[in-house]
Design a protein around this ligand. Structure first.
Ligand code: V1D
Ligand code: CA
Length: 454
């Protein structure tokens, strides 16, 4: 079937040069490997390709604290030269912001790295807001653990929260779906008390596996109760058991919540053979999530995330780019010649087999129980009107600037056609968009998202 949807793809050629360090599992280079395969498979012919604009510091303030951002930025500045001062500064970064620890090392040009992947996700959201694309892809994004004032789990800036905030300027309800093997805790926390964003995460959960959260009974709070969904799973999840949960849960969410836009975090550490994850999904099983979510025909932002067997990450995101552009049927399993051909030995195949020796530790009874409980919780979910603005733990100065912008903006209801103040498609500032401004429900309904203090 020919896919007529406009797909934008954001890629920064320098992103692959950023380096967490030799022993760290996160390798930004995997995005360059995926890009090379995407090009060699001729998928670029079905994409609008963009180089992202780096995210300015002030736009990051829509979610992150200025104090944290200044700490993160200071890392790239030259050291004082005084040993004691430098040591004290290092300690402060570690204690206050979790920067410089094994999971979140400080590395060269770290702030530039954050600006690059975040600029791409926000730029993508702006394109979806303006109807310039139907689907946007940023494989370098999806860093779902970062908090307002602290780095966590290889993530420094939460590009997802920032992109969702951008989408909320034009969309009443945003669905966030996270198929990384880890719990999408940073995004969940940011929107835990609002019904304007529904967060859904499928992940491994045993109380210990990082980040240790995401049990079935974590469902949201206050107005956000039942608008956070967690699917806690055990090792060995295979394509069939995954689909058996995914399809009924997502169909019920779509029917009950009726979102206006979808953000899909496509962490590839849920694939079989990953270095950190122990699921048993094939690339086709992982990509079935994309195929399924595409069918709803809503604006769709697809982001990367985890994924630590980098050849498989490159394979997976290439195939998913094909699915999103309607080209899956034309993908040959045998790879075309490419820059990293040798690394794809022995078979140079785009696909990977399921591990038949791996046990699926998710019993049928447990899977049925998960599905039943989640579908029962979903009976409480409604397509909320979206009249109240969402302010996820933003600093007071940014809130004041946002309120000023809102007053100046033309009164606009969600039903009307967007008429962007900047139709050029340049990245919008996170404080300059059009929020719902209803006389009754407007600013009076602010801050239903909860203050996610650290
Ligand atoms: F194995 C390692 C080697 C070097 C440095 C870190 C790790 C490592 C593996 N797993 N770190 C982890 C996880 N951290 C812990 C810590 C031990 N406690 C003190 C915490 O277990 C973090 C895993 C992060 C996963 C990130 C992600 O895949 O979800 C992701 N998504 O988008 C981007 C990254
Ligand atoms: Ca997840």
């Amino acid at each position: 079937m020919e896919n007529k949807r406009k797909v934008s793809y954001f890629y920064d050629a320098e992103l692959g040069d950023f380096y967490y360090g030799p022993t760290h599992p996160m390798k930004p280079h995997r995005v360059r490997m995926a890009h090379d395969l995407i090009v060699r498979y001729d998928l670029y012919k079905h994409l609008q390709v963009y180089t992202p604009v780096p995210c300015p510091f002030d736009d990051m303030c829509s979610f992150h604290s200025r104090e944290y951002l200044e700490g993160l930025k200071s890392v790239d500045a030259p050291k004082s030269g005084d040993k004691r001062t430098d040591k004290a500064q290092q300690e402060r970064l570690r204690n206050d912001f979790n920067l410089g620890v094994a999971d979140c090392p400080v590395f060269a040009n770290i702030f530039k790295y954050c600006q690059a992947y975040t600029g791409a996700s926000i730029g993508a959201a702006v394109q979806l807001n303006y109807g310039q694309a139907d689907i946007c892809i940023n494989w370098a994004g999806g860093l779902h653990h970062a908090r307002k004032g602290r780095a966590s789990g290889f993530c420094y800036i939460n590009d997802i929260v920032l992109a969702i905030l951008e989408l909320l300027k034009y969309h009443r309800r945003v669905l966030y779906l996270d198929i990384d093997v880890h719990h999408g805790d940073g995004v969940e926390e940011a929107f835990y008390t609002t019904d304007r964003v529904m967060t859904v995460s499928f992940h491994k959960y045993d109380g210990e596996f990082f980040p240790g959260t995401g049990d079935l009974d974590e469902v949201g709070a206050g107005p956000g109760r039942y608008y956070a969904i967690n699917v806690p799973l055990s090792d060995g999840m295979d394509d069939e058991s995954y689909e058996g949960l995914f399809v009924p849960i997502m169909d019920s969410i779509m029917a009950n919540y009726q979102p206006d836009a979808i953000v899909l975090q496509s962490g590839a550490d849920s694939l079989t053979g990953d270095r950190l994850g122990k699921f048993n999904l094939t690339i086709q099983g992982h990509a079935r999530c994309h195929g399924h979510m595409m069918r709803y025909g809503l604006p769709l932002l697809v982001l990367g995330g985890g994924g630590y067997k980098i050849v498989n990450v490159a394979r997976c995101w290439t195939y998913e780019t094909a699915v999103l552009t309607g080209q899956a049927a034309s993908m040959r399993a045998d790879m075309p010649p490419n820059e990293y051909y040798e690394l794809f030995k022995p078979d140079h195949s785009l696909f990977i087999p399921k591990d038949d020796a791996m046990a699926n530790e998710n019993s049928r009874t447990r899977l049925d129980q998960l599905r039943t409980t989640i579908l029962e919780n979903l009976r409480h979910v409604r397509p909320v009107s979206g009249d109240a603005a969402v302010t996820p733990s933003i600093p007071a100065a940014a809130a004041a600037a946002m309120a000023k912008q809102q007053q100046a903006a033309t009164r606009q209801r969600w039903e009307s056609t967007p008429s962007p103040s900047d139709p050029s498609g340049a990245r919008g500032s996170a404080s300059g968009g059009r929020w719902s401004e209803d006389e009754e429900g407007g600013e009076g309904g602010m801050d239903d998202s909860g203050d996610t203090s650290n």
